[in-house]
Ligand binder design. Structure first.
Ligand SMILES: [Zn+2]
Length: 257
C-alpha cells in the first residue's frame, strides 16, 4: 500500500462499525474514492464541517489493491467548507443536490478531471451569488456532457433536420421534428410527441455548451428558457437516474426549484 495525497470533496458519510465512518469522496485524479476513516466519531466535534457534504479537504489515503474497494483514509484537513453557501438554505440545498447528483451519476473510480472541475465551478457559481436555478441548469447540462450522456439538442435525432418546432423525448435521446414525432409516436414509450421546446431554449442550451459557467452568469435568457430547460433536463435525468434524489425532493418541497 502506498500513501496518496489528494484534494477531495465529501460526497457522503455514514457510520461504520463502532467508531469509524464510511466516506465517499470525489477526487480529481482518482475519481470517486470510498474509504474508511477510523476512530473519527469520538472526535467528530474536532472535525466540524470538515466531513460535511461538499466540503473540500486535503486527504491522505492508502489505496487497497485487494479486499474490496474501501481505502483507508488517515488524514483529513479542511481546505474550504463553503461557509457562505452553507449559511444560506437555498444555496445549501442546491449544493446538496449537485453533490447527490454527482454521486449518483459517477461510478466508483471513474476518473474524470473535467467532472471535478465542473463540480468545483458550480459551487463557486453558487458562492458568487449568481442565480442558483441557473447554476443548476448549467451544471446538469454540462455534467451530462462530461459524463457522455448528453442528449441531442441540435438536430432531429431521426432525420437530422433542424427541428422547428422541436419536441423532446428522453426515450428518443434528444429532440425531434414534428414530422418524425408524428411518425414515431407509436414507438415512443409514453405514446406522446414529447415536450415542445422553443427555439430560444435550444439556442440557450447550445450557447451554454460552448461556454464555461462563468461566461453564462449574465447571459440573457427569454422568460420561457428557465422553465423549459428545467423540465427538459429533469425528464432526461429522471430517465437515467432510477431513484428520486432526496435533495431534489427537498428543493421541490421548499419551492426553490
Ligand atoms: Zn425529423
Amino acid at each position: 500500500m502506498s500513501a496518496t495525497k489528494a484534494l477531495a470533496y465529501v460526497l457522503s458519510t455514514q457510520d461504520y462499525r463502532d467508531t469509524s465512518l464510511l466516506v465517499e469522496l470525489y477526487t480529481r485524479d482518482w475519481g470517486k474514492v470510498r474509504g474508511i476513516i477510523r476512530g473519527v466519531r469520538d472526535a467528530r466535534a474536532r472535525y466540524g464541517s470538515t466531513l460535511e457534504p461538499f466540503s473540500l479537504n486535503e486527504i491522505l489515503f492508502y489505496r487497497r489493491r485487494r479486499g474490496g474497494d474501501l481505502h483507508q483514509v488517515t488524514q483529513v484537513e479542511l481546505v474550504d467548507d463553503y461557509t457562505d453557501v452553507r449559511e444560506d438554505l437555498e444555496r445549501l440545498s442546491y449544493a446538496s443536490y449537485f453533490t447527490e447528483l454527482l454521486n449518483r451519476l459517477v461510478e466508483p473510480e471513474e476518473i474524470s478531471p473535467e467532472t471535478f472541475d465542473l463540480y468545483r465551478d458550480a459551487l463557486e457559481f453558487l458562492r458568487d451569488g449568481a442565480s442558483p436555478k441557473r447554476a443548476a441548469r448549467l451544471y446538469e447540462l454540462k455534467l451530462l456532457e462530461v459524463l457522455g450522456h448528453l442528449p441531442e439538442l441540435r438536430a432531429c435525432v431521426v432525420c437530422r433536420a433542424e427541428p422547428d418546432p422541436a419536441y423532446f423525448n428522453p426515450a428518443f435521446g434528444g429532440v425531434h421534428c414534428r414530422t418524425c414525432a408524428v411518425a414515431g409516436a407509436a414507438r415512443v414509450a409514453d405514446g406522446g410527441r414529447g415536450m415542445p421546446v422553443s427555439r430560444r431554449t435550444l439556442q440557450f442550451l447550445d450557447r451554454a455548451l460552448r461556454s464555461d459557467l462563468r461566461g453564462m452568469k449574465t447571459a440573457p435568457a427569454a422568460p420561457e428558457v428557465g422553465p423549459e430547460a428545467e423540465k427538459l433536463l429533469r425528464r432526461f435525468i429522471d430517465f437515467h437516474v432510477d431513484v428520486k434524489l432526496k435533495s431534489l425532493v427537498f428543493l421541490d418541497k421548499m419551492g426553490f426549484n
